[in-house]
Design a protein around this ligand. Structure first.
Ligand SMILES: Nc1ncnc2c1ncn2[C@@H]1O[C@H](COP(=O)(O)OP(=O)(O)O)[C@@H](O)[C@H]1O
Ligand SMILES: [Mg+2]
Length: 499
């Protein structure tokens, strides 16, 4: 007796179709799983045996069961095939019959508990997307994963709490449970979010953050401890434009694969804000592992990667950030092949100012390498605000987060229009080609920049950075052309450490 069920493996962010073939031959009740499954796949035997017994089914009388996970050359991991394996065994040992048409049009994912209930698994959203692509009509998932699968329209989702429930539904003896609507996105709001109006003073830093949010620019804040850098970074999240529907799915997919999707929030609707500590390893930051998974830079995709105390990070860790900052994605290569994760984020970094004794200036140069600094368009010095200012009431303390966000959104709209025929979305992403084509400078703006090159010793890179930032400042001012005032302000955010 032989049967075939469809399931999915996760490779990077993609789902790969896995055919779970189950066959039986006369024998004494053994079960074999072949097809490059790891330890957790092998342990499926014990879980399935128990779950079947708990469900009141005989495992096998006088049968040897062979489970083949195809394609055989792809490594398989995790308990996600439990449900398909259990159903396959029940079919070949004659305990249940399911219509052939149902089996052909259905995919199965789920880990079994010993009592036959279905446990949460990762990578449901990519699997749901793959079903749509492959024309598979129906996806059976654990109840807790139901609303994640239901994000993909046009797919029939059966979310079951128990294996027995799956069988009754597929036989047409029971109705599938209604999938509860995703929790409101309010649950996504960061409790640590700081309102701009609650930060006293710091007009210069706030302005730099507004420009960073408007143009997607990476920003470095340098200032004494207690100056408010971490506070400012927390406020930054609130002035970022909301995620589009398409971006939400993109981000959710990454969190689903990383097993970081809270069951009560199946769709991530606010921009990620990832805080990376300087003790974090290179792998945890860029991703990797035996079966490559996304790192912090991918979890920050379409959002913010916050590197606090930048100078404390080991040089080699900062070095691994260079390539993804350039490419906005990361490719991880393994013997079995390579996977690519998206990593398009805004980097916000904070550090104590370098003390300009010969020795320590050297140190900062060496540790925060020029290639990394090259990707930072805005550098701002943050001075502690005087105590009198801290004591002043919050009222009339400058713009609220909502007001700043309003300006950011307008500036983003200008960019969307500018880049309709291009693959980029924000000014940060402009290369020399786009700068030349899309950033004409007024005469006086041009001469100010030339002077900066001569007098301030602005490097070629610093020159291009200044134009990109000036373009964003002009966008915030709703100006078609970059004027002298935009360039003058942009030059205030140049890197005095490096330029
Ligand atoms: N401009 C400010 N407005 C309001 N509170 C501030 C300001 N600057 C600092 N603080 C207070 O000081 C604390 C320390 O600031 P923090 O952001 O951690 O400084 P840094 O990261 O620069 O060392 C904050 O939690 C906040 O309570
Ligand atoms: Mg801090």
């Amino acid at each position: 007796m032989l049967t075939k069920l469809t399931s999915f493996a996760t490779i990077g962010l993609e789902s790969e179709r896995i055919t779970v073939e189950v066959g039986s031959t006369p024998g004494e009740g053994k079960i074999f799983i072949v097809g490059l499954g790891d330890m957790s796949v092998q342990e499926s035997k014990q879980r399935v045996r128990h779950a079947l017994r708990a469900g009141g089914y005989h495992f096998s009388t006088g049968l040897t069961i062979t489970v083949n996970l195809a394609p055989a050359d792809l490594r398989k991991a995790g308990p996600r095939y439990d449900l398909a394996i259990a159903l396959g065994i029940l079919i070949v040992n004659g305990s249940i019959t399911l219509p052939e048409a149902v089996l052909e049009s259905t995919a199965f994912l789920g880990e079994l508990a010993l009592d036959g209930s279905l446990r949460h698994i990762t990578g449901i959203l990519p699997a749901a997307i793959a079903c749509r692509k492959l024309g598979i009509k129906r996806l059976v998932v654990p109840a807790v994963n139901g609303s994640e699968a239901a994000l993909i329209p046009g797919l029939e989702v059966i979310a079951a709490a128990h294996m027995g429930e799956v069988i009754s539904i597929l036989k047409g003896e029971a109705e599938p449970a209604l999938i509860s609507a995703p929790a409101s996105s309010a649950a996504n709001i960061d409790p640590e979010l700081v309102d701009f109006a609650d930060i006293r003073g710091q007009e210069h830093a706030k302005r730099a953050l507004e420009i960073a949010a408007a143009g997607g620019h990476n920003v470095l804040m340098s200032g004494a401890p207690g100056a408010g850098k971490t506070l400012l970074a927390r406020a930054f999240r609130g002035i970022l434009p909301p995620l589009s529907q398409e971006e939400s799915i993109e981000v959710t997919r990454i969190y689903s694969v990383a097993n970081l999707l809270p069951p009560e929030i199946p769709l991530i609707t606010s921009r990620p804000f990832r805080v990376v500590h300087h003790t974090a390893s290179g792998v945890s930051i860029v991703g990797g592992g035996q079966i490559p998974g996304p790192g912090e830079i991918s979890l920050a995709h379409r959002g913010v990667l916050f590197l606090d105390e930048l100078a404390e990070f080991p040089a080699q860790v900062l070095e691994v950030l260079r390539q993804p900052l350039e490419d906005r994605r990361i490719t991880i290569t393994r013997a079995q092949g390579s996977v690519t994760f998206p990593a398009d984020f805004t980097m916000v970094a904070a550090m104590n100012p370098p003390r300009f004794t010969a020795g320590s200036k050297e140190r900062v140069h060496r540790r925060i390498s020029a290639p990394l600094l090259d990707r930072i368009d805005l550098t701002v010095n943050v001075q502690p605000v005087p105590i009198e200012d801290l004591q002043r009431p919050a009222k009339a303390n400058g713009d609220t987060t909502a007001a700043v966000l309003g300006r950011v959104l307008k500036a983003r709209m200008r960019q969307t229009k500018r880049f309709t025929l291009h693959t980029i979305r924000t000014n940060k992403e402009m290369g020399v080609k786009e700068i030349d084509a899309l950033c004409p400078l007024k005469q006086d703006a041009q001469s100010l920049l030339s002077q900066a090159v001569d007098r301030m010793g602005l490097s070629a890179r610093g020159y291009h950075r200044a134009i990109k930032v000036a373009r964003t400042i002009a966008d915030l001012a709703d100006a078609e052309h970059i004027g002298i005032e935009h360039v003058a302000e942009a030059l205030q955010y140049r890197q005095t450490i490096e330029d």
